[in-house]
Design a binder for this molecule. Sequence first.
Ligand code: ADP
Length: 427
Amino acid sequence: MPAQRTTTGEPPDLSSLSLALTEYAPFPMATVEGATHIVHYVNPAFCRLMDKPNEELLGKPLSQLLPEKDECVALLDQVFQTGKPARHTGEASSKPHPIFWSYTMWPMLAGQRLVGVMIQVTETAEVHGKTVAMNEALILGSLRQHELTQAAETSNVQLQNEIAERKQTEEALRQAQALLADRATQLELLVAERTARLQETVGELEAFSYSIAHDMRAPLRAMTAFATLVQTEYARHMDETGKEYLGRIASAAQRLDRLITDILTYSSATRRELHLHPVDLEKLVREAIHNQPEFQPPRAEILIQTPLPRVIAHEPSLMQCVDNLFSNAVKFVLPGVLPRVTVRSEVVGQDVRLWFEDNGIGISLANQERIFALFGRINPVAEFEGTGIGLTIVRKAIERMGGKAGVESESGKGSRFWIQLKKSEDV
Ligand code: ADP
């Protein structure tokens, strides 16, 4: 359907508009087609002029219907040939009184093609200037209307094409999105599958290393025991160098035993099932101090800033962490300095942060992350004994309990280690 936008937003139906114009026009109007000028359409005014119903007019050559037919046919031929509007006014000779017949004709075009002629007939007692002017206005209006119809048709086709193009683009986009979602799902499945396989492998490796570490302890214990036996029972048969070598064997075996013990502890800290419950921090910290003579005077002073709130934790794991942090706090001090440690708590949102502030050697900013990695040590063993596993256990265990661990320090100015866990609402 041809479409032309109006101020109401509805496209007017131009062909029906054109029909309405001619149907209600006060002047008789008709259209003819073909070389013999067959009447194709007549309006009611034309029927009244001819005094006949339109069934008797349609399909007949125009020349049969009109008076002054010669002039009319000549004019029609002219319009068909030139494709230009024309008019003619002539006096009817047959009437007793002078009567004027006025014909106005204009071509009906479909694109560049002439498909017929519209004729408007007027019978007047005198030729009136206004009649001619009105005819011309009608001609122009009709021609303009035809142009508008064509323009509307063209833009309608363009619009349809644009809509079709947009639909195609939308469909392509929808398909691409569906494909993308599909790929994402496949990828997620693949990642989940690989992760599960990886976890399985890691689990197997952990179990393997645990059993190796475990099995290594028995021969190591035997070595240590025999070295001690030789030292006590056969010392008198050895010179000083022999005794020193034997001493080195014993301490190396002890160190290896310590390493294996720590690895086993780490392994169980990462593997054991953790059931979390409310834990009384204050009680746990006091117990940790009570269990180790090196955390107590005269070897060290540990001050607890009470009260310490309850936290959600796995008690044995938390005890392990507190124990490791106290061990480090009292160990990493300069010779001759009495280790002093303060334990205090801070509420951070829904969590509790437990601080361990010491007067030790401190840690430079560059090393503060490294020390939480497995075997991440800074100081030589000769200076400070250790395996570099303690803090790894702390961070791993705290993370497995849903918390975090960190440090603030400066070289030579003591360290402030902290662990953070969910606060228990139980009082
Ligand atoms: P270890 O104590 O067996 O060496 P850790 O994992 O517990 O292993 O600590 C790693 C390193 O972090 C230590 O070797 C030490 O250099 C540093 N460190 C840990 N705690 C402290 C502390 N309180 N003060 C200074 N340095 C520390």
